[in-house]
Design a protein around this ligand. Structure first.
Ligand SMILES: *Cc1c(COP(=O)(O)O)cnc(C)c1O
Length: 311
Protein backbone atom coordinates (compact mmCIF):
# COMPACT_ATOMS: atom_id res chain seq x y z
CA UNK A 1 0.00 0.00 0.00
CA UNK A 2 1.29 3.47 -0.90
CA UNK A 3 2.02 5.74 2.09
CA UNK A 4 -0.12 8.89 2.22
CA UNK A 5 1.38 12.26 1.39
CA UNK A 6 1.25 13.64 4.95
CA UNK A 7 4.92 14.48 5.54
CA UNK A 8 7.57 16.87 4.26
CA UNK A 9 10.37 14.48 3.24
CA UNK A 10 13.30 14.14 3.09
CA UNK A 11 13.96 15.94 6.36
CA UNK A 12 17.26 17.83 6.67
CA UNK A 13 20.42 16.51 8.32
CA UNK A 14 22.32 19.31 10.05
CA UNK A 15 25.80 19.46 11.62
CA UNK A 16 26.08 19.93 15.39
CA UNK A 17 29.79 20.78 15.87
CA UNK A 18 29.54 22.59 19.19
CA UNK A 19 27.41 19.84 20.71
CA UNK A 20 29.83 17.21 19.32
CA UNK A 21 32.80 18.89 20.98
CA UNK A 22 30.92 19.35 24.25
CA UNK A 23 30.25 15.60 24.57
CA UNK A 24 33.74 14.43 23.58
CA UNK A 25 33.33 13.74 19.84
CA UNK A 26 35.20 15.42 17.00
CA UNK A 27 33.38 18.45 15.73
CA UNK A 28 32.24 16.95 12.41
CA UNK A 29 31.21 13.58 13.89
CA UNK A 30 27.73 14.55 15.02
CA UNK A 31 24.72 15.40 12.85
CA UNK A 32 21.07 15.85 13.71
CA UNK A 33 18.32 14.42 11.49
CA UNK A 34 15.41 16.81 11.82
CA UNK A 35 12.35 14.57 11.93
CA UNK A 36 10.91 17.25 14.18
CA UNK A 37 10.36 19.10 10.87
CA UNK A 38 8.07 16.56 9.21
CA UNK A 39 5.43 19.19 8.55
CA UNK A 40 2.03 17.96 9.68
CA UNK A 41 0.60 19.13 13.01
CA UNK A 42 3.82 20.37 14.61
CA UNK A 43 5.96 17.51 13.28
CA UNK A 44 7.66 14.54 14.89
CA UNK A 45 8.32 10.88 14.16
CA UNK A 46 4.67 9.78 14.44
CA UNK A 47 3.96 11.49 11.11
CA UNK A 48 6.01 8.90 9.19
CA UNK A 49 4.10 6.06 10.85
CA UNK A 50 0.71 7.72 10.28
CA UNK A 51 1.42 7.88 6.53
CA UNK A 52 1.17 4.09 6.60
CA UNK A 53 -1.43 3.41 9.29
CA UNK A 54 -3.80 6.04 7.85
CA UNK A 55 -3.37 4.56 4.36
CA UNK A 56 -4.52 1.25 5.86
CA UNK A 57 -7.42 2.98 7.65
CA UNK A 58 -8.65 4.62 4.42
CA UNK A 59 -8.20 1.36 2.53
CA UNK A 60 -10.51 -0.30 5.04
CA UNK A 61 -13.12 2.46 4.65
CA UNK A 62 -12.67 3.97 8.13
CA UNK A 63 -14.43 7.22 9.00
CA UNK A 64 -13.07 7.46 12.56
CA UNK A 65 -9.52 7.01 13.89
CA UNK A 66 -9.29 5.84 17.51
CA UNK A 67 -6.00 5.84 19.37
CA UNK A 68 -4.48 5.98 22.85
CA UNK A 69 -1.79 7.78 24.81
CA UNK A 70 -0.76 9.81 27.82
CA UNK A 71 -2.25 13.28 28.31
CA UNK A 72 0.86 14.77 26.67
CA UNK A 73 1.08 12.15 23.90
CA UNK A 74 2.75 13.38 20.70
CA UNK A 75 1.24 10.42 18.88
CA UNK A 76 -2.30 11.34 19.97
CA UNK A 77 -1.75 14.96 18.86
CA UNK A 78 -0.45 13.90 15.45
CA UNK A 79 -3.27 11.38 14.95
CA UNK A 80 -5.66 14.28 15.62
CA UNK A 81 -3.84 16.37 13.01
CA UNK A 82 -3.81 13.53 10.45
CA UNK A 83 -7.55 13.03 10.95
CA UNK A 84 -8.15 16.72 10.33
CA UNK A 85 -6.06 16.59 7.16
CA UNK A 86 -7.88 13.50 5.89
CA UNK A 87 -11.41 14.51 6.90
CA UNK A 88 -11.72 11.71 9.46
CA UNK A 89 -13.09 12.01 12.99
CA UNK A 90 -10.57 11.27 15.75
CA UNK A 91 -11.24 9.86 19.18
CA UNK A 92 -8.36 9.88 21.68
CA UNK A 93 -8.49 7.50 24.64
CA UNK A 94 -6.12 9.16 27.10
CA UNK A 95 -4.70 8.08 30.45
CA UNK A 96 -5.86 10.36 33.26
CA UNK A 97 -8.92 12.11 34.54
CA UNK A 98 -9.39 15.19 32.42
CA UNK A 99 -8.13 17.58 35.09
CA UNK A 100 -4.77 17.62 33.30
CA UNK A 101 -3.94 21.23 32.32
CA UNK A 102 -4.85 22.12 28.73
CA UNK A 103 -1.28 22.80 27.69
CA UNK A 104 1.17 21.46 25.10
CA UNK A 105 -0.08 18.45 23.16
CA UNK A 106 -3.43 18.43 24.93
CA UNK A 107 -4.13 21.99 23.83
CA UNK A 108 -3.36 20.95 20.25
CA UNK A 109 -5.66 17.90 20.52
CA UNK A 110 -8.49 20.35 21.19
CA UNK A 111 -7.32 22.66 18.41
CA UNK A 112 -7.43 19.81 15.87
CA UNK A 113 -10.97 18.97 16.97
CA UNK A 114 -10.38 15.50 18.44
CA UNK A 115 -12.91 13.91 20.82
CA UNK A 116 -11.26 13.04 24.13
CA UNK A 117 -12.13 10.05 26.32
CA UNK A 118 -10.44 10.07 29.74
CA UNK A 119 -9.88 6.47 30.75
CA UNK A 120 -8.30 6.91 34.20
CA UNK A 121 -4.78 6.06 35.29
CA UNK A 122 -4.37 2.94 33.13
CA UNK A 123 -1.25 1.34 31.62
CA UNK A 124 -1.09 1.40 27.83
CA UNK A 125 -2.30 -2.21 27.38
CA UNK A 126 -5.52 -1.38 29.26
CA UNK A 127 -5.97 1.86 27.32
CA UNK A 128 -5.74 -0.15 24.12
CA UNK A 129 -8.54 -2.42 25.36
CA UNK A 130 -10.76 0.61 26.07
CA UNK A 131 -9.97 1.88 22.54
CA UNK A 132 -10.80 -1.53 21.03
CA UNK A 133 -14.17 -1.46 22.81
CA UNK A 134 -14.84 2.02 21.40
CA UNK A 135 -14.03 0.79 17.89
CA UNK A 136 -16.38 -2.18 18.33
CA UNK A 137 -19.16 0.13 19.56
CA UNK A 138 -18.70 2.52 16.62
CA UNK A 139 -18.63 -0.33 14.11
CA UNK A 140 -21.80 -1.86 15.60
CA UNK A 141 -23.51 1.51 15.24
CA UNK A 142 -22.59 1.55 11.54
CA UNK A 143 -19.55 3.86 11.68
CA UNK A 144 -16.42 2.24 10.28
CA UNK A 145 -13.56 2.92 12.72
CA UNK A 146 -9.86 2.05 12.75
CA UNK A 147 -7.64 1.70 15.79
CA UNK A 148 -4.21 3.23 15.36
CA UNK A 149 -1.99 1.14 17.69
CA UNK A 150 -0.19 2.60 20.70
CA UNK A 151 2.47 5.00 19.40
CA UNK A 152 1.57 4.00 15.84
CA UNK A 153 3.84 1.00 16.29
CA UNK A 154 2.39 -1.83 14.26
CA UNK A 155 4.51 -3.43 11.56
CA UNK A 156 2.53 -1.25 9.14
CA UNK A 157 3.42 1.96 11.01
CA UNK A 158 7.06 0.98 11.48
CA UNK A 159 7.49 0.85 7.68
CA UNK A 160 7.72 4.63 7.90
CA UNK A 161 11.06 4.19 9.64
CA UNK A 162 12.34 1.61 7.21
CA UNK A 163 11.90 4.39 4.63
CA UNK A 164 13.53 6.92 6.97
CA UNK A 165 16.53 4.62 7.41
CA UNK A 166 17.03 4.42 3.66
CA UNK A 167 16.61 8.19 3.39
CA UNK A 168 19.22 8.71 6.10
CA UNK A 169 21.74 6.39 4.45
CA UNK A 170 21.42 8.38 1.21
CA UNK A 171 22.20 11.53 3.18
CA UNK A 172 24.96 10.07 5.39
CA UNK A 173 26.54 7.11 3.55
CA UNK A 174 29.29 6.62 6.17
CA UNK A 175 26.78 6.45 9.04
CA UNK A 176 28.15 4.51 12.02
CA UNK A 177 25.56 5.22 14.73
CA UNK A 178 22.02 6.57 14.70
CA UNK A 179 20.79 7.40 18.19
CA UNK A 180 17.05 7.21 18.81
CA UNK A 181 14.68 7.41 21.77
CA UNK A 182 12.61 4.27 22.21
CA UNK A 183 8.97 4.47 23.31
CA UNK A 184 6.57 2.08 21.60
CA UNK A 185 9.47 0.73 19.50
CA UNK A 186 8.36 1.28 15.90
CA UNK A 187 10.92 3.96 15.15
CA UNK A 188 13.93 1.97 16.36
CA UNK A 189 12.53 -1.21 14.75
CA UNK A 190 12.20 0.40 11.33
CA UNK A 191 15.73 1.77 11.57
CA UNK A 192 17.12 -1.63 12.59
CA UNK A 193 15.32 -3.26 9.65
CA UNK A 194 16.80 -0.70 7.26
CA UNK A 195 20.30 -0.24 8.70
CA UNK A 196 21.05 -3.37 10.74
CA UNK A 197 21.12 -3.65 14.54
CA UNK A 198 24.80 -2.69 14.83
CA UNK A 199 24.22 0.89 13.65
CA UNK A 200 21.19 1.74 15.81
CA UNK A 201 21.60 2.88 19.43
CA UNK A 202 18.17 2.88 21.08
CA UNK A 203 17.64 4.70 24.38
CA UNK A 204 14.64 3.47 26.36
CA UNK A 205 12.25 6.05 27.81
CA UNK A 206 10.37 3.64 30.08
CA UNK A 207 7.15 3.92 28.03
CA UNK A 208 6.65 0.12 28.13
CA UNK A 209 7.86 -2.70 30.35
CA UNK A 210 9.26 -4.83 27.53
CA UNK A 211 11.07 -2.55 25.07
CA UNK A 212 13.54 -5.18 23.77
CA UNK A 213 10.84 -7.82 23.11
CA UNK A 214 8.47 -5.31 21.46
CA UNK A 215 11.18 -3.93 19.24
CA UNK A 216 12.52 -7.36 18.28
CA UNK A 217 9.09 -8.60 17.29
CA UNK A 218 8.51 -5.52 15.10
CA UNK A 219 11.92 -5.96 13.45
CA UNK A 220 11.03 -9.59 12.68
CA UNK A 221 7.65 -8.50 11.30
CA UNK A 222 9.51 -6.18 8.95
CA UNK A 223 11.74 -9.02 7.78
CA UNK A 224 14.83 -7.74 9.61
CA UNK A 225 17.17 -9.32 12.14
CA UNK A 226 16.95 -8.00 15.73
CA UNK A 227 19.98 -9.93 17.00
CA UNK A 228 22.48 -7.52 18.55
CA UNK A 229 19.90 -4.80 19.32
CA UNK A 230 21.68 -2.02 21.23
CA UNK A 231 19.37 -0.76 23.97
CA UNK A 232 20.30 1.52 26.88
CA UNK A 233 17.85 1.36 29.77
CA UNK A 234 19.80 3.50 32.26
CA UNK A 235 18.17 6.83 31.34
CA UNK A 236 14.64 5.88 32.43
CA UNK A 237 15.30 7.10 35.99
CA UNK A 238 12.17 6.90 38.16
CA UNK A 239 10.00 6.46 35.07
CA UNK A 240 8.68 7.78 31.77
CA UNK A 241 7.16 11.01 33.07
CA UNK A 242 10.08 11.94 35.34
CA UNK A 243 13.04 14.13 34.47
CA UNK A 244 16.32 12.53 35.62
CA UNK A 245 19.33 14.83 36.09
CA UNK A 246 21.32 13.64 33.03
CA UNK A 247 18.24 14.16 30.86
CA UNK A 248 17.82 17.75 32.01
CA UNK A 249 21.54 18.30 31.42
CA UNK A 250 21.28 16.92 27.88
CA UNK A 251 18.37 19.23 27.16
CA UNK A 252 20.28 22.27 28.41
CA UNK A 253 23.36 21.23 26.44
CA UNK A 254 21.56 20.94 23.07
CA UNK A 255 19.78 24.23 23.66
CA UNK A 256 22.91 26.11 24.70
CA UNK A 257 25.38 24.71 22.15
CA UNK A 258 23.18 24.50 19.04
CA UNK A 259 19.92 26.34 19.75
CA UNK A 260 18.07 23.02 19.37
CA UNK A 261 15.07 22.27 21.57
CA UNK A 262 14.87 18.64 22.68
CA UNK A 263 11.87 17.37 24.64
CA UNK A 264 12.09 16.13 28.23
CA UNK A 265 10.64 12.63 27.64
CA UNK A 266 12.21 11.34 24.42
CA UNK A 267 14.85 13.31 22.58
CA UNK A 268 16.70 14.58 25.65
CA UNK A 269 16.89 10.95 26.84
CA UNK A 270 18.34 10.01 23.45
CA UNK A 271 21.06 12.64 23.78
CA UNK A 272 21.72 11.65 27.40
CA UNK A 273 22.14 8.07 26.15
CA UNK A 274 24.63 9.24 23.54
CA UNK A 275 26.57 11.16 26.19
CA UNK A 276 26.73 7.99 28.30
CA UNK A 277 27.74 5.87 25.29
CA UNK A 278 30.63 8.23 24.47
CA UNK A 279 31.69 8.02 28.10
CA UNK A 280 31.50 4.19 27.97
CA UNK A 281 33.50 4.04 24.72
CA UNK A 282 30.59 2.50 22.80
CA UNK A 283 30.60 5.56 20.53
CA UNK A 284 34.09 6.88 19.74
CA UNK A 285 35.53 10.07 18.25
CA UNK A 286 35.86 9.77 14.47
CA UNK A 287 32.65 7.71 14.10
CA UNK A 288 29.89 9.37 12.09
CA UNK A 289 26.93 9.70 14.46
CA UNK A 290 23.40 10.96 13.84
CA UNK A 291 21.03 11.98 16.60
CA UNK A 292 17.49 11.44 15.34
CA UNK A 293 15.40 14.41 16.45
CA UNK A 294 11.99 12.78 16.70
CA UNK A 295 10.10 15.94 17.70
CA UNK A 296 8.12 16.50 20.88
CA UNK A 297 8.30 20.29 21.06
CA UNK A 298 4.70 20.64 22.35
CA UNK A 299 5.65 18.38 25.26
CA UNK A 300 8.16 21.04 26.36
CA UNK A 301 5.21 23.36 26.96
CA UNK A 302 3.29 20.65 28.79
CA UNK A 303 6.03 19.43 31.15
CA UNK A 304 5.47 20.31 34.80
CA UNK A 305 8.87 18.92 35.97
CA UNK A 306 10.69 20.95 33.33
CA UNK A 307 8.92 24.16 34.28
CA UNK A 308 9.83 23.50 37.92
CA UNK A 309 13.45 22.79 37.00
CA UNK A 310 13.92 25.92 34.88
CA UNK A 311 11.91 28.43 36.90
C1 LIG B 1 6.88 8.53 20.29
C2 LIG B 1 8.13 9.30 20.30
C3 LIG B 1 9.39 8.66 20.28
C4 LIG B 1 9.53 7.16 20.32
O1 LIG B 1 9.13 6.54 19.15
P1 LIG B 1 8.56 5.05 19.20
O2 LIG B 1 8.39 4.68 17.79
O3 LIG B 1 7.26 5.12 19.95
O4 LIG B 1 9.53 4.21 19.92
C5 LIG B 1 10.52 9.43 20.23
N1 LIG B 1 10.45 10.77 20.25
C6 LIG B 1 9.27 11.42 20.30
C7 LIG B 1 9.28 12.91 20.37
C8 LIG B 1 8.07 10.71 20.33
O5 LIG B 1 6.91 11.37 20.38
Amino acid sequence: MQPLDLATVPTPVEPAPRLAAAIGLESDDLWVKRDDLLGLGGGGNKVRKLRHTCAEALDRGARVLVTTGAAQSNHARLTAAAGARLGLEVELVLAGTGDAPTTGNLLLDHLFGARLVWAGALPHEALEEVAADRVATLVEAGTPAYQVPYGGSSVTGARGYVEAGTELLDQVPDLRHVVVALGSGGTAAGLVAALGAARVLAVDTGATGDPAERTASLVEGLGGDPVGLRLRRDLVGEGYSTLPGPVTEAMLLAARTEGIVLDPVYTARALAGLVASVRDGDVRPGERTVLLHTGGLPGVFGSVPLAERLA
